[in-house]
Design a protein around this ligand. Sequence first.
Ligand SMILES: O=C(O)CC1=CCC(=O)O1
Length: 255
Amino acid sequence: MSIEVHHIVDGPPGAPVIVLSGSLGSTLDMWEPQVAALSGDFQVVRYDIRGHGESPVPPAPYSLADLGSDVLTLLDRLGVERAHFAGLSIGGMTGMWLAAHASERIDKLALLCTSPLLGPPQNWAQRAATVRAGGTEAVADAVVARWLTADYLEREPETVARMREMIATTPDEGYIGCCAAIEHMDLRDDLPTITAPTLVIAGSDDLATPPEHAETIAAGLSRPPRLEVIPGAAHLANWEQATLVNGLLREHFAD
Ligand SMILES: O=C(O)CC1=CCC(=O)O1
């Protein structure tokens, strides 16, 4: 069943809407570098995925259908018939689910640092077990080290500490619930049914969803997408290479 997620809207009322959906262990703050770049021409809707940030924390497990239905409920609450959607990682998985299962609500799609099948499944069960035992604090160092390049980790310790805090303060139950959604996800058969014009972005140094996963998405879509591999970016390409990513998003979502 869907829930009402915490969200923030920036940008002029009546402008085309872009919904931004983030990574496992993040809050809507991960989209900070996109707000100023997009909110002049678009209404930018950022939200905390279920079990994260200030959104409610239903009991785990969650499914991608749950995560997608939360977005449809959000659009209904905002009175938005159709929106563009940009999602990173589990946010991108949610975007693929929406574009396949609720195509009438999704205009253009941007899929960042994501995958249609992120195995092996036992890794996600193991990660959930680690969080069950030690809380999100127990995975925060490893996850933040995948979010950003080694160079950035060394250069920007204060920002890295902030990002780590985002992970470590994610509710355990919410994190575990989303691990289950990824564990049981296989979107490969959905890809050919997606008709939305799609931009696929990968980070050159992303160890979590390497560029080959973006290539799998591109090969599976029946409508050829634009595929871009961003240099000098790990998993949070939107953060570390914000100027490049913002340019691509602006171009893609422009009429
Ligand atoms: O936490 C990670 O390892 C990276 C990741 C995979 C799916 C997601 O949302 O984040």
